[in-house]
Design a protein. Sequence first.
Length: 69
Amino acid sequence: MYLVNGIKLQGTIESFDQFVVLLRNTVSQMVYKHAISTVVPARNVRVGPGGGYVQSNEGNQAEDDDVEQ
């Protein structure tokens, strides 16, 4: 995840609401959505027919803990 000021944050998106995203890594950080510039997935995102996200069980849990968002 990149912020509008250029700072790069890494972690797993644990939760979100209308205004904030809760990012979990070694600590939890609450980031206001208006401060987020770009969210980058750590691995390719598969898109199904009609544009829907296709959830995959490929990979292992250890990789999921290091997701770059």
